[in-house]
Design a protein around this ligand. Structure first.
Ligand SMILES: NC(=O)c1ccc[n+]([C@@H]2O[C@H](COP(=O)([O-])OP(=O)(O)OC[C@H]3O[C@@H](n4cnc5c(N)ncnc54)[C@H](OP(=O)(O)O)[C@@H]3O)[C@@H](O)[C@H]2O)c1
Length: 106
């Protein structure tokens, strides 16, 4: 879908950019060894790495991470400053998709 959006210059809004609390998304990000390693390298949080990864995929990627906390809002805004390199992207490519991702709309 992102490839199609890029080809046709359509903005892309990921349905739940942190995986949504309803499916334990943020906890899963925080427990993934590859995401933790990249986060430590950048002195960032797993949520910031997830958001930075999405932003790097497409320059018309529009993120609306839901939060009820001002500190998480500020953390999420700061994700734009995280610059992932090719090694980071290779490491993050190894993150296993969720079993139900194949059916996910985003
Ligand atoms: N129109 C629709 O049908 C529809 C459906 C689904 C979603 N949406 C919208 O899409 C957006 C995102 O959906 P979503 O909230 O389900 O999923 P999400 O943004 O992927 O995840 C939100 C969850 O992530 C947590 N979180 C946010 N920032 C965090 C951080 N820095 N570190 C750790 N945890 C963090 C939040 O907890 P805290 O509150 O504790 O920060 C919340 O539990 C929302 O704006 C929502 O309204 C719309």
């Amino acid at each position: 879908m992102v490839d199609f959006a890029r080809e046709h210059k359509i903005a892309f809004v990921p349905f739940a950019p942190l995986g949504s609390a309803f499916t334990s998304g943020p906890a899963r990000l925080a427990g993934d060894p590859a995401i933790i390693r990249v986060a430590h390298k950048h002195r960032a949080t797993p949520a910031q790495i997830a958001l930075a990864w999405l932003l790097m995929r497409y320059d018309r990627m529009l993120l609306i991470p839901g939060t009820s906390s001002v500190s998480n809002l500020e953390e999420n805004m700061a994700a734009i400053e995280v610059e992932l390199d090719d090694g980071d992207l290779d490491a993050l490519d190894g993150v296993a998709p969720r079993a139900d991702d194949a059916d996910s709309p985003g």
